[in-house]
Design a binder for this molecule. Sequence first.
Ligand SMILES: Cc1cc2nc3c(=O)[nH]c(=O)nc-3n(C[C@H](O)[C@H](O)[C@H](O)COP(=O)(O)OP(=O)(O)OC[C@H]3O[C@@H](n4cnc5c(N)ncnc54)[C@H](O)[C@@H]3O)c2cc1C
Length: 291
Amino acid sequence: MAQVSFPSWVREHVPLAPFTWLHLGGPARYFCEPADESQLQQLLSQAAADSVAVRILGGGSNLLVRDFGFDGLVIQLSSPAFAKIRFENSTVHCGGGVRLSHLVTACVAQGLAGVEHLVGVPGTVGGALHGNSGTDEGDIGHVVRSARLMRRDGQIVTVDAEGLTFSHRRSSLDELVILEASLGLAVDDSARLTKREQTLWIVKRSKQPNAPVRSAVAFIDPDGGSAAALLQQCSVLGLIEGAVQLSASHPNYLVASEGATAEQVLALLDRTRAIVQERTGVVLQSHLVVW
Ligand SMILES: Cc1cc2nc3c(=O)[nH]c(=O)nc-3n(C[C@H](O)[C@H](O)[C@H](O)COP(=O)(O)OP(=O)(O)OC[C@H]3O[C@@H](n4cnc5c(N)ncnc54)[C@H](O)[C@@H]3O)c2cc1C
């Protein structure tokens, strides 16, 4: 990469593994947590001028960083400016860097229904919108009324629901940064919502590996089917590649242990996909975003 001129608060050669749930992968050439939108704009304009590739890091719960790392600028929206939650009647405006768990708790406490079923889904609002995260009870796309986005050139645009498409674990949000989402919720009784949230949390916990810190969801459910059921049907649960395993007890989760590498994860996903395709004809898509 040619000489670039980022400000001094941009760090270099920062290991990305600690930022991901799988704790895998190499370093980012440049890494930064801008304080606000204007710093973010400044960074993007510098990156564009120097032809540096840019990625946005959320909570790292759906991310696989390759072992050689990412030769570009990684930006995390961890500053308070990107983590604001504001209520306006039954609408909640939330920053892209807001933890999904904080959003759920805040909405339930406010007596607003519509996101409580996302309890137990790790990550941020930005990550959830990007991949239209959800559970059997529904996904976040159903309640999105608009999204405030920053383009690669630093321009800020607001797109309303009509301009957005959400499908199973997919969204049309391909602008670089999800700055804020506005969600339309329904007024409900806070105590009732709290009970519902607690019940859903217990169910969700029972479906996740016990130590979820080094785990990830493996595959997206195929149209009208369940990836977990397919994996069970094909007897691939427990399959191992190096120090990475397809969880035997929690279908459709990958679990990494000491010595694991990103390449092992990719090899395990490939091997599993080939077996499932051969036995059922279904081609599974990886749930993980790979950098
Ligand atoms: C134990 C466990 C349980 C899980 N359960 C579920 C579940 O029930 N349902 C489900 O759908 N998923 C689940 N997941 C997957 C994951 O939690 C979700 O996909 C989550 O929404 C990812 O958010 P994140 O902030 O961690 O995104 P990251 O992993 O950091 O990034 C994922 C993608 O989103 C992009 N992104 C993140 N923030 C922004 C932003 N502000 N602007 C633009 N792009 C952005 C990244 O660039 C990347 O492409 C689970 C994962 C784990 C480890």
